[in-house]
Design a binder for this molecule. Structure first.
Ligand code: FAD
Length: 442
């Protein structure tokens, strides 16, 4: 049994280690076109901000360690073609030489690429996206002597970077095309609080602004021309979204879903026999809406990879789907969500109702009690929990996991209202803010 994996980060390496554990006799080979495998891309903004001391710290496993575990890893090897009938792939090595490799089972774990709008393709120095370690290293090099950064995109990566660059002493302008930052993450009322946190930390946020061109001086970015005028800056980071890497899959006849990502069964099988797909390039099912979605997140990629690894190696595993959980921080504000926002529920035509509760994250009389805001959303009539958004101190918003757990099992608001949550003054109020919100909605 020869298991071949394309892509060596979260999904690919989870699959490789799991397949080897499932079937120690299987030959497992990973082809990665980059210089690194098995690293936490999620940590990149924190290296730039200085919370993590180096990019190397993000690497969980080296190729040598993987080889010690019986997984053959080939760096700087790009897979350029798949012949599904012959069950072979074409591999281009760093030297440019190409050769063919056979497979019994093939996993596409090719991830996503950062969207680079045409205006960003000037070739000038100082223009970046942030997807992988080399991108992070390039940003780091650009920051030397830089004074003013422009970030384009107010999603979670743009917001994490705004904090990182302010901490590095740069002035930061954040440009967002939509009416608000965090527009695809939160309801408008909660977006405004994120905006306030950015204002407090002197990030110059300009929404409703379209970038039209980059201005260049002496081969380096000097600003951007926007629908709202010229914005000056000596580093430009473009964080306007990602696109699944599906060209290789398409060349093999693998089906792409309406979301633009690879369509799979809950065993991570594509429509082409013996070809599997997992991670950011792949669709999943949202358990709340039962719809296919493309939500490229770290835990999802790891879990899909595991499922693919077990199945490719002859076992039986199923990916249960996601509930749309996400968490991040910007400055002193933690932001978490799971399930649907009111806005998303409305767009889907659900009869949804929300309740908001403001409280403190632990007993008000105990030291360092900080404000916390919770929105709970439920389906009118059935009482089914649909989602939640939580804003507060970064240490307090992980209570979103209670909501994620209930959403996973399609629970009702009543179930949340009745649950026996842990209490002591340093951690919560006796009636935790989640219980208060559930009580109001129930
Ligand atoms: P990738 O990590 O994209 O890896 C795919 C690999 O495939 C790449 O190394 C690529 O070089 C390789 N490849 C592609 N095509 C080929 C080919 N033809 N031949 C050979 N190799 C190929 N998620 C969270 O859940 N929480 C977070 O806080 C969070 N923060 C993030 C912050 C940043 C800055 C970034 C960039 C991502 C963050 N993510 C976060 C997302 C998370 O990192 C991804 O979900 C995860 O990395 C996906 O893993 P993957 O293996 O599917 O894809």
């Amino acid at each position: 049994m020869r298991i071949v994996i394309v892509g060596g980060v979260a999904a690919g390496m989870s699959a490789a280690t799991r397949a080897k554990r499932q079937n120690p006799q299987a030959e497992v080979v990973v082809f990665e076109r980059g210089d690194y495998i098995s690293y936490g891309a999620c940590g990149l903004p924190y290296v730039i901000g200085g919370d993590v001391e180096s990019f190397e710290k993000l690497v969980a496993r080296t190729p040598e360690r993987m080889r010690g575990e019986g997984v053959d890893v080939r760096l700087r090897h790009e897979v350029t073609g798949v012949d599904a009938k012959a069950q072979t792939i074409t591999v281009r090595e760093a030297s440019g030489a190409a050769h063919s490799e056979p497979y019994d089972r093939l996993l596409l774990a090719t991830g996503v690429s950062a969207v680079r709008p045409d205006w960003a393709e000037t070739g000038a120095a100082g223009i970046h996206v942030l997807r992988d370690i080399p991108d992070g290293e390039a940003i780091e090099a650009s920051l030397k002597g830089a004074k003013r950064a422009i970030i384009v995109g107010g999603g979670y990566i743009g917001l994490e970077l705004a904090e990182a660059l302010r901490r590095r002493g740069l002035s930061v302008v954040l440009l967002e095309r939509g009416p608000s930052v965090a527009g695809r993450i939160l309801d408008p009322e909660y977006q405004r609080r994120v905006q306030q946190e950015l204002d407090k930390n002197e990030v110059d946020v300009r929404c409703g602004v379209n970038v039209e061109a980059v201005t260049v001086m002496d081969g380096r970015v000097s600003g951007v021309q926007t629908s709202g005028g010229l914005v000056r800056g000596d580093v430009l980071i473009v964080a306007v979204g990602v696109r699944p890497n599906v060209a290789l899959a398409q060349s093999a006849g693998v089906g792409i879903g309406k979301t633009g990502a690879i369509r799979v069964s809950n065993r991570q099988e594509t429509n082409v026999q013996h070809i599997y797909s997992a991670g950011d390039n792949t669709e999943s099912v949202n358990r709340v809406t039962r719809r296919k979605v493309h939500v490229p997140m770290g835990l999802t990629a790891n879990r899909m990879g595991r499922v693919a690894g077990v199945n490719m190696a002859g076992g039986e595993a199923h990916f249960p789907g996601i509930v749309g959980s996400a968490i991040f921080k910007t400055f002193d504000l933690g932001v978490a969500r799971s399930g649907l926002t009111q806005h998303e529920a409305d767009a889907l035509g659900l009869d949804a109702v929300s309740v908001d509760v403001e409280s403190t994250d632990h007993a008000g009389y105990y030291v360092d009690a900080a404000p916390i805001a919770v929105r709970l959303t439920a389906e009118r009539g059935t009482g089914r929990l649909l989602g939640s958004q939580i804003l507060g101190h970064p240490s307090s918003v992980k209570r979103i996991d209670v909501i994620a757990t209930l959403l996973h099992s399609r629970s009702k608001i009543r179930d949340l209202a009745e649950v026996d949550l842990a209490y002591a003054p340093p951690f919560s109020s006796v009636w935790d803010v989640l219980l208060v919100a559930a009580g109001k909605l129930h």
